[in-house]
Write a protein that binds this ligand. Structure first.
Ligand code: HEC
Length: 626
């Protein structure tokens, strides 16, 4: 069907130069795309023949950025609706079903039409490769603006607020009859999958090889209810994500892992081998062939219960769920809970479980001994019990070493919650599960030494500001985990041991630190640190405007626990090598530090906490001494 418009003839003349879609051919194509709404009805742009402005927003129900922008588009549409601006949402993603579109529209309050571009004809016509992208057409259906909605979010990064609302500005300018100041911006976001016709002689197929790789490397996060924004469980779930999968794998963004492979071997190393990468890239290149279902592996079984042995006690953040807003940046939230410890406790396993993994970025649980009257918010984050954050993987153990963490009776538990918004209002009730050890059997006291520097000053604009901290072991110890911690300006972090004979060894190097992935690096073989060994931690911070996560490059940045302040902590998970508490060899330490101590660069040895956390779980590894 041909769209009729009063300016059609004029446009025919100008459009050749202006690459407009009101060209005869373009018009027909605009209307010939196989569009259906979320209820399966055929639809056409001819419906909006008289609307002076048309905004075509390419979306998708699974792309993290499209989700973040969906409710913003809904609001913009609402604001401009009585000014002759018609919004239409389009999904050209193979993997979006009609039911998902209905749900997506409801979740994000989308009232404008949301159509599916079945044959991807519309995406091809506009040459849209990434979503979300907004395309603004004027009355002549000439493209006046195309690109991002604003500059707040890009993949994995966000600013506190948008600095330029490109779509809104373009609409205002267009309605005011002005020329558009920036008519084109690059939309960051998810690639639209356009699989080539699969090759029936394909050697690399989903059923044969790729499903197995997804099982081992991706599905722990990419399945319903987990932190990955979409499922990679089945062929249908995965095929539309093909090109995007190739992109994240080539760039090394997925699976998330940030350590330099030249140093250290880690239990939770998430990287794909070069061969595995080649397989996946080859599969995508061949058009993602499914192959023969007879080759398929059994589906991977996931533990839906606890990953630690049956816990003795589960403590929740609160009775009522905490409500996470749809948009914006949520400041840290703290919840103090009384677990009712009437006697001292030895803890052999901890599992922090996010109530709602879609919005819980990380959980850290501290304990506050009864004689300490500090306010955690001010930075007293030393008595750490455990944590959950993305990128951690489960490790199992039977804890033969009988290592445990000590919590004095009367202690309270303090949850520090960091939520990230995902475009819809969400509720969360996270918890921590504790497994108690028999005090008579505990041999080793686990602790984490924070090797910290709290007196740094990062100058405005500095793109690689170095901060050092060190710690000297006062007894023979075994290090089993390394946990760099910085905030948004964190750039790189390194742990290097200087042994008593002055030889040096790099234990962990994280050249491209990413605040979004606070990983505990768990050594395959715990390292012996003889007494007198000095651990050097070196951090680099990027406070320049080139760091897209930087909330404000004009500030001098100092220690502080807010996300826009900085931290420099190298967490060392250790046990004393020669201790055997069960036989009276050695004593538990009970040094409880304070923020003031940290400020004085006082490193609290034997602070009772642990970071050997994996999947929110820690347990002492059995084979820690071979
Ligand atoms: C530890 C959890 C985890 C693992 C393992 C993981 N992912 Fe992801 N993935 C995520 C999260 C979380 C996001 C969303 C990031 C965001 O919101 O920006 C994501 C996003 C993506 C995206 C969308 C693009 C993007 O950067 O947002 C793709 C594609 C992807 N993952 C593919 C994979 C593949 C393929 C694997 C396995 C080879 C994998 N992921 C392993 C957690 C994981």
């Amino acid at each position: 069907m041909r769209l009729t418009s009063p300016t059609f003839a004029i446009c025919l003349i100008i459009c050749v130069a202006a690459r407009c879609l009101a060209c005869a051919e373009g018009f027909e194509q605009l209307d010939s795309a196989a569009l259906r709404d979320q209820y399966g009805q055929s639809r056409s742009f001819a419906e909006f023949g008289k609307q002076p402005v048309l905004v075509i927003a390419f979306l998708g129900t699974e792309c993290p950025l499209a989700r973040l922008y969906a409710s913003r588009l809904a609001k913009l549409s609402h604001e401009f609706s009585d000014r002759g601006v018609q919004f239409v949402g389009i999904s050209s993603n193979l993997q979006d079903s009609s039911t998902e579109l209905v749900h997506f529209a409801r979740q994000h309050g989308i009232e404008f039409p949301l159509w599916k571009d079945f044959d991807q004809g519309l995406a091809n016509l506009f040459e849209v490769s990434r979503i979300p992208e907004a395309i603004v057409l004027d009355r002549a259906r000439e493209i006046r603006y195309r690109g991002r909605i604003d500059d707040q979010y890009s993949i994995g990064r966000q600013r506190a607020r948008a600095e330029r609302e490109d779509l809104r500005i373009a609409l205002e300018e267009l309605l005011a009859g002005q020329s558009i100041s920036i008519p084109r911006t690059e939309p960051p976001g998810c690639l639209i999958g356009r699989p080539a016709p699969p090759d029936s002689n394909a050697k690399i197929t989903w059923h044969d090889q790729i499903s197995r790789l997804m099982q081992t490397h991706c599905q722990e996060c990419h399945r319903p209810g987990q932190i990955g924004p979409f499922s990679l469980l089945t062929y249908d779930d995965t095929v539309g994500w093909g090109p995007m999968i190739a992109e994240v794998i080539e760039q090394g963004r997925m699976p998330p892992w940030h350590a330099d492979p030249n140093y250290g071997h880690f239990v939770n190393d998430a990287r794909l081998t070069p061969d595995e990468k080649q397989l996946i890239l080859g599969w995508v290149q061949a058009g993602c062939p499914p192959g023969d279902a007879a080759d398929a592996p059994e589906p991977r079984e996931f533990v839906e219960g606890w990953q630690i042995p049956q816990p003795d006690q589960v403590v929740y953040i609160s009775e009522a769920p905490y409500v996470v807003p749809a948009e914006g940046v949520v400041p840290y939230e703290w919840f103090e809970v009384d677990p009712g410890f009437t006697e001292d406790k030895w803890i052999s396993a901890v599992e922090c479980r996010p109530g709602n993994p879609a919005v819980v970025h990380h959980v850290t649980v501290y304990f506050r001994p009864p004689w300490i009257d500090w306010e955690l918010k001010l930075g007293d984050r030393i008595n750490m019990l455990g944590g959950y954050s993305p990128g951690k993987r489960p490790v199992t153990s039977d804890n033969k070493e009988q290592a445990a963490l000590f919590i004095p009776k009367g202690s309270k538990l303090v949850f520090e919650m960091h939520y990230t918004v995902n475009g819809t209002v969400q509720a969360d009730r996270s918890c921590v599960a504790l497994k108690f050890a028999d005090p008579a059997l505990v041999k080793h006291q686990m602790s984490v030494v924070p090797v910290a520097n709290t007196t740094f000053e990062i100058p405005p604009g500095a793109d690689s500001h170095r901060v050092d901290a060190s710690y000297t072991f006062d007894e023979d110890s075994l290090v089993f985990s390394l946990s760099p911690h910085m905030h948004l300006r964190g750039k790189a972090f390194r742990f290097e041991a200087e042994y008593p004979d002055h030889t040096r060894e790099i234990l962990l190097d994280v050249p491209a630190f990413d605040f979004n992935w606070q990983t505990d690096y768990i050594l395959v073989e715990p390292k012996r640190m003889p007494k007198g060994t000095r651990m050097h931690c070196t951090a680099h911070f990027d406070n320049s405007g080139d760091n897209p996560a930087n909330p404000d490059p004009t500030l001098t940045v100092r220690w502080g626990d807010q996300i826009w302040e900085e931290m420099m902590i190298g967490g060392l998970g250790i046990v004393p090598e020669h201790q055997d508490l069960s036989r009276g060899i050695g004593k538990p330490r009970l040094v409880v530090g304070t923020h003031r101590h940290l400020r004085n660069q006082f490193v609290i040895a034997g602070v009772l906490m642990t970071l050997a956390a994996t999947g929110g779980t820690w347990m002492f590894r059995r084979n820690h001494r071979k």
